[in-house]
Design a binder for this molecule. Structure first.
Ligand SMILES: O=C(O)CCC(=O)C(=O)O
Length: 210
């Protein structure tokens, strides 16, 4: 999953939409089999109980591993619905758009966008993987540090950071008052992370926001 999770095009988009130090919230595989019915309409960061309309707390991506077609359950989205407040879609909402795309494509959308998996009326599977990213101050859906365990040391610095081996200033993410990287990186030197500089800037200037 790592090359997908840290694909540079996706990272550039997430960097521009979330605050520095954002996290990997989930990394799901979703396999719609023939006969699967349409999913309920939802938006992916709905479990952060903040009133809408609001900026997203998370950004979702869906990578097609099979072609997404008109009949095999292509994700359905309602463009512009990330700005809605109380409105909710129902059934075959006339504003829905099917994300028809060839295998290897990715759709990136706000955690506040109403969407659902479609009905699979074909005779084949519709497989995707769906990494989701959240603000550095939001709880991740999956506890990535426990899920990956010490294997985290095998991944790139960027992946380690998004798993949770990072500090959101001034000290969210600490372990025993220290940077969590020291738990998986034998060569860890506090000064290398820049965390001290970020913490100092926080106390002087407040939160780095976008
Ligand atoms: O599989 C899809 O197309 C969308 C899945 C989805 O939105 C979800 O499981 O939350």
């Amino acid at each position: 999953m790592a090359p997908i999770v840290e694909h540079p095009h996706v990272l550039a988009m997430v960097d521009s939409l979330l605050e520095p130090g954002w996290l990997l919230s989930a990394a799901l595989a979703i396999n719609l089999l023939p006969g699967e019915t349409a999913q309920s309409w939802h938006f992916d960061d709905g479990f952060y109980t903040l009133p809408r309309p609001r900026p997203p707390v998370s950004i979702s991506t869906i990578w097609a591993l099979d072609d997404f077609t008109d009949v095999n359950g292509a994700t359905e989205v309602i463009p512009g619905s990330h700005r809605w407040s109380a409105e909710t879609p129902a059934g075959e909402d006339a504003r829905r758009v099917k994300v028809v795309m060839p295998a290897g494509s990715v759709v990136v959308f706000s955690g506040t966008l109403w969407h659902r998996g479609g009905a699979n009326r074909s005779d084949g599977r519709r497989l995707c993987v769906s990494p989701q990213y959240c603000q550095p101050w939001g709880r991740q859906q999956e506890n990535m540090m426990l899920a990956v365990g010490r294997h985290a040391s095998e991944y790139s610095p960027r992946i380690r950071e998004m798993l949770g081996y990072s500090i959101h200033p001034p000290f969210m993410g600490m372990v025993d008052g220290m940077h969590p990287l020291r738990l998986i990186d034998g060569a860890y030197r506090p000064a290398d992370t820049g965390a001290r500089h970020v913490a100092d800037a926080f106390w002087d200037e407040g939160f780095p926001t976008r």
